[in-house]
Write a protein that binds this ligand. Sequence first.
Ligand SMILES: [Zn+2]
Length: 250
Amino acid sequence: MIFIQRGAEPEILTLDGQDKVRALCEEYDQGKRIFEADSFDSKVYGHQTVKQALIHMQHGKCCFCESKIQHITFGDVEHYRPKAGYRQNDNDAMQKPGYYWLAYSWDNLLLSCERCNRQYKKNLFPLLHPEKRAQCHKDHVCMETPLLINPTITDPKNHIGFRDEIPYPIDDSIYGKTMIEILGLDREALNERRRTELGKLKRLLELIKIVEAMPNDGALQQSAADARQLLLKDILPSDEYSAMIEANLA
Ligand SMILES: [Zn+2]
């Protein structure tokens, strides 16, 4: 995971989205407590303009596992705070309502790969102090301390480090630990992809070091310096698994 700079809010959320939230809040005020998935309009929160804005701000990568997703799948518009219902722990029954009033909130939307969203995070949204959980639109989510990192608010690199391709919680960070466990960030399929990428980069670095140790040849030395710059200094947020690369090579 890396820190994500949130872009401008797509217009459809401020227009249609706000109307829909108002309607949901009125239903709650009239006594409705269960908002099933079909209570929410995916044509609004999952509108093409929303998805494009998320793809742009996340460089086409999953907000959790940093895999590039656009070339193989559409990706899910993920609700950081689950809209229909939530669970504190994996074994808990689903608690309803969920954060229905945030279903169209730009600050609550991220782009995730299907694997992270549907197989791992699902409706999990554990809090450090569950008794402070916002129950409805009249409560304030700022009272909550989520155990899952929102990468548009908190820089994950302060909580999740890497030893080679394997993620670990920095200083036993409970936030890093929870993210790794719930999102399966150390699943073998991901570790294998990261191991492959890191292996290629390490071999390149070895090659650069060999060239740098050779008798001075202007052009060759310059090429080695350029390659080192490219490899170690210009790790871009658009690079797949950039957090792991930066933790190992920067
Ligand atoms: Zn993912």
